[in-house]
Design a protein around this ligand. Structure first.
Ligand SMILES: O=C(O)CCC(=O)C(=O)O
Ligand SMILES: [Fe+2]
Length: 404
C-alpha cells in the first residue's frame, strides 16, 4: 500500500512469467492524475501521449505543458448541453410504422457520445435510473442556497502519488449523520492512504432530504430487481435495506471544474453498492463508459465495451440519479469540463452535487485488512476487459474482489 501511494508502481510477472509489467491499476491512476492536471485534454489523447512516453506521467505532463510541443486537439464541447426527448421516438416498428416500444439497440459507438435524457432510456441503457424534479421546487432551491454557502469552505481533495501531489479539479465536503460517526471518520477511516480531516455533520436540510432519498432509493432498488432481474435479487447485491449514512457534497464552480473518469471506492461500501446522486444548480454532463462485459450481470446488449462509446446524461437542477449495483464494477463515470453553460437562476455557473452513500457495518474499517506497513487496504474488483483480451488477466478471476 505504502509503495502504491508514494513510489513508482511495483512490477509483476506476466501470465507466461517471461516479462515484467506494471500493475494494471497504475494506468487508470496515471490517467486520473493527468486528467486532473490537464482537464481540457481528451482522455484518449492523454492515453496516447502517456503510452508514447512509456507510462511516464511526469514526462507526459511536461510535454502537455510545453508551449513548443505539438498542441493536442482541445475537447470539442458543444455550446449548450444536448437534450432529446426519448430514444423510442427514433425507433420505428417496421410493420406498423409507429414508434416502437421494443428496446432499441445501444446506439453508442466507440468515439461517439450518446446523449440520454428520458428516464426510461436511461434505465434501459445504463446502470442508472433518474428522477427529475425530485424535491418540491422551493425545498430544492433552499438546499441549493444552503450548500452554496457551505461550499465556500470546501477544499479540493488532494492525494500523494509517485511523489506528486494531485488535487481534484473541484471542491468537496464530507458529511455524516452524528457526532459519533464524525469521530469515527476522523479516527478510523482511510481514504487513499490518508484521512479526511474536515468531516461535518449533515445540515438540517441535508438530513431532511436524506430521509426522502433513502425511501426513494429502496423502492428504486426493488423496482430494478423486478424490471432487470426477473424479480430475483442478484446474489451479489446487498440484502439489507439501503441506508444513506454518509454524503459527499461536490461543488463545481464554473464550466472547467470537473471530475475525471473513475469508479467510487468500494472499501466501506462493499461490492455492488448503490449510490444516490442529487444534483442542484447548473446542468452538467455526467458521462458513463462501460469498461467490462464479462461479469455474469452483463447483458448481450453490451457484447464488447471497447466497441461502445460514452453515454452522457445531462443532470439538471433537482434531479436524483441512482447508480445501481454494477455501476462501480462495470462502468466508469465522470463529469466532463464544458465550454459554455446555461446559468442557473440561483447558482449561476455553479453546480452542487450530493452523493448519498451507505457505509455498511460489515465493511467498517475494523474489518479492513492491513498492509504489512500498517496502512489499510483498498477493496478492488477485477473487471478489466483489455487485460483478458491481451491474456494478461485470467477470465476466471472476473468479478473477484481483493484488497490492495
Ligand atoms: O458530480 C457528480 O455528478 C458525480 C460525483 C462523483 O462521481 C463522486 O462524488 O464520486
Ligand atoms: Fe464518483
Amino acid at each position: 500500500m505504502d509503495a502504491f501511494v508514494t513510489k513508482k508502481p511495483k512490477k509483476r510477472k506476466t501470465s507466461d512469467g517471461t516479462a515484467d509489467e506494471p500493475l494494471e491499476e497504475s494506468t487508470d491512476v496515471k490517467l486520473a492524475i493527468l486528467a486532473s492536471l490537464h482537464p481540457e485534454i481528451e482522455q484518449e489523447m492523454l492515453l496516447d501521449i502517456l503510452l508514447a512516453h512509456e507510462g511516464d506521467v511526469q514526462a507526459t505532463s511536461e510535454i502537455l505543458k510545453s508551449p513548443s510541443a505539438p498542441r493536442p486537439v482541445k475537447k470539442t464541447t458543444k455550446n449548450t448541453i444536448a437534450g432529446q426527448t426519448s430514444l423510442r421516438s427514433f425507433t420505428i416498428d417496421q410493420s406498423s410504422g409507429e414508434p416502437s416500444s421494443k428496446k432499441p439497440k445501444l446506439l453508442s459507438k466507440k468515439g461517439q457520445t450518446l446523449y440520454l435524457y428520458d428516464p426510461q432510456d436511461i434505465s434501459e441503457h445504463t446502470p442508472c435510473s433518474i428522477i427529475h424534479n425530485f424535491l418540491p421546487a422551493q425545498e430544492a432551491n433552499e438546499l441549493l442556497s444552503e450548500l452554496l454557502e457551505e461550499s465556500k469552505t470546501f477544499q479540493k481533495a488532494s492525494f500523494k502519488l509517485f511523489d506528486t501531489i494531485v488535487s481534484s479539479p473541484h471542491t468537496s465536503g464530507f458529511y455524516v449523520g452524528s457526532q459519533k460517526e464524525l469521530q469515527e471518520q476522523k479516527d478510523d477511516y482511510h481514504y487513499n492512504g490518508g484521512r479526511i480531516t474536515d468531516v461535518r455533520t449533515l445540515t438540517p436540510k441535508l438530513e431532511a432530504v436524506r430521509a426522502r432519498v433513502q425511501e426513494t432509493v429502496n423502492s428504486a432498488i426493488q423496482e430494478r430487481i423486478r424490471t432487470h432481474h426477473g424479480s430475483q435479487k442478484p446474489r451479489c447485491q446487498p440484502s439489507e435495506p439501503w441506508c444513506a449514512n454518509a454524503a459527499f457534497v461536490n461543488c463545481y464552480n464554473g464550466p472547467q471544474e470537473s471530475v475525471g473518469w473513475h469508479t467510487d471506492q468500494l472499501t466501506y461500501l462493499g461490492p455492488h453498492p448503490t449510490i444516490a446522486s442529487f444534483s442542484l444548480g447548473v446542468t452538467r454532463e455526467f458521462r458513463l463508459r462501460r469498461t467490462s462485459s464479462f461479469l455474469p450481470s452483463s447483458s448481450d446488449d453490451h457484447p464488447n465495451p471497447n466497441l461502445t462509446g460514452q453515454i452522457s446524461l445531462p443532470l439538471p437542477h433537482n434531479s436524483l440519479l441512482i447508480m445501481h449495483s454494477t455501476t462501480q464494477e462495470e462502468w466508469k463515470h465522470s463529469v466532463s469540463p464544458s465550454q459554455t453553460l446555461t446559468p442557473h437562476p440561483v447558482s449561476g455557473n455553479t453546480r452542487i452535487n450530493v452523493t448519498y452513500r451507505h457505509y455498511r457495518s460489515q465493511f467498517h474499517p475494523k474489518y479492513t485488512p492491513k498492509c504489512h506497513c500498517g496502512v489499510p487496504g483498498v477493496l478492488r474488483v477485477v473487471t478489466n476487459d483489455a487485460k483478458v483480451a491481451e491474456g494478461r488477466e485470467r477470465k476466471e478471476n472476473w468479478g473477484r474482489y481483493f484488497y490492495m
